[in-house]
Design a protein around this ligand. Structure first.
Ligand code: SF4
Length: 427
């Protein structure tokens, strides 16, 4: 079948990009542990870090009193700087203690952080040493969640990328879907693919290490999240091929994403229509209802989650908004190109951040809605701008047809709230 031809007024793929390399206002990559530990049910995330890292995780994820948590922090004190060999011995002791107490752990991630004493520790070597010690029951891997190197969604990218080299080899022609989705959304996606006769579908991350996720030269993979640049590169290094498509946000994005996979697997037009017509109609209706307050409004994206480009495409094409600036921490043509093709020409596309300059631009533009990180939202609200926290978009189910109305609703709620407040103030 042919991928439906979506048209755009020129698109933004070749538009000039404003590149900024100044001060950034983002959460660090440790944040990803909050959703990854729920998804990977036999994994444990051991942050090697400071008390700040422990506080971030505890306040963001909540402390589970009745359940055994699947993340923790090994706090490296200043004194540990004195001897790195001692730090390695202490880390090994912590891991031994943890694994002997928790036989349910099958994958252990050592997660690096920012403090200089942690940066000096070679966690890759530690992971190799501990894998040898605890194999075959536990696989130990490492990645960095440091705020110096990562934005908050890059924690997931770094985690998935470090798993790719140890995935088993396969020669099977299989679809691998990459990106941690809430279970309910993942089930909807698998149902849609099954209705088109596509399967078996492998998932990265899998729920458990024993599951059959493998990779090889006949693997084709689709990304569900636009922040998986390193994972994309790691999969290509294993010989897998990327199915390039817009991301599955909104009715159009979901249809285009599914259509690209359907084309790859030779699904005929009638089968595609039978699987997608009803949910497409539901999605369109839900978006129309939820976007009533969005139509004709302007939006400005600060670079934060790396979801900005596909979301700007959704808001402009399906909700009637106008984008003033679309900032993204990084722009990868292989990942974001298809969405940039569809984003109507006009907005300033920016990559990276110089927060003071960007604040000047948003104050001058005074958009109806500003999508930004938590740290910027309150000051901007105080200046009379209406904001949406970017982090909410990662914690809320927003992919595929059945969530398309909720996705529009996430953006329309702050605008509605602001107009209600204005009405009350006028009374
Ligand atoms: S990794 Fe760095 S930015 Fe993140 S909580 Fe720890 S010290 Fe702070």
């Amino acid at each position: 079948m042919n991928v439906p031809a979506l048209t755009s007024s020129g698109g933004c793929r070749t538009a000039p990009v404003l590149k900024e390399r100044g001060q950034r206002e983002v959460f660090c990559g440790l944040t990803g542990i909050i959703w990854l530990h729920r998804k990977m049910q036999d994994a444990f995330f051991l942050v090697v870090g400071s008390r700040t890292c422990a506080h971030l995780l505890q306040s963001a994820a909540g402390v589970m009193i009745f359940a055994e948590p699947r993340f923790g922090t090994a706090i490296l004190e200043e004194a540990d700087l004195a001897g790195l060999a001692d730090a390695h011995t202490e880390l090994d002791r912590e891991v031994d203690r943890l694994l002997s107490r928790r036989p349910d752990i099958r994958q252990l991630f050592l997660v690096g952080s920012c403090p200089s004493e942690v940066i000096k520790l070679d966690l890759h070597r530690a992971a190799e040493r501990l894998t040898v010690k605890h194999a075959p029951h536990v696989r130990v891997l490492n990645y960095s969640g440091s705020g110096i190197e990562t934005t908050f969604t890059q924690g997931e990218d770094a985690c998935l990328a470090c798993m790719v080299p140890v995935l088993p080899e396969t020669q099977a022609r299989e679809l691998l879907v990459v990106g941690a989705l809430p279970d309910v959304v993942e089930d909807q996606m698998l149902t849609l693919l099954a209705a088109m006769g596509i399967g078996p579908v492998r998932l990265l991350p899998a729920h458990r290490v024993d599951e059959t996720t493998a990779v090889g030269p006949n693997t084709v993979f689709a990304l569900t999240q636009p922040f998986l640049g390193d994972t994309h590169a790691a999969l290509q290094n294993r010989g897998a091929r990327h199915i390039s498509a817009p991301f599955p946000f909104g009715e159009e994005g979901t249809t285009a994403w599914l259509a690209a996979i359907a084309a790859e697997f030779g699904v005929d037009k009638a089968t595609f229509a039978a699987a997608t017509d009803a949910p497409r109609a539901r999605a369109r209706k839900a978006i129309a209802q939820a976007s009533e307050h969005l139509s004709g409004k302007s939006v400005f994206f600060f670079p934060d989650s790396q979801l900005e480009i596909p979301l700007a495409r959704f808001l402009t094409r399906e909700c009637g908004m106008t984008a003033i600036e679309v900032g993204s921490p990084y722009i990868h043509d292989a990942l974001h190109g298809p969405d940039l093709d569809l984003l109507p020409a006009g907005p300033q596309i920016s990559e990276g951040q110089d927060v003071e300059k960007q604040l000047d631009r948003v104050r001058a533009a005074r958009p109806d809605l500003t999508v930004c990180g938590l740290g910027l939202a309150n000051p901007l609200e105080a200046e009379g701008l209406t904001t949406k926290w970017a982090i909410e978009l990662v914690f809320t189910p927003v992919h595929f047809y059945e969530q398309a109305g909720d996705l529009a609703g996430l953006f329309s709620r702050p605008i509605r709230r602001r107009s209600v407040l204005k009405l009350e103030a006028a009374e």
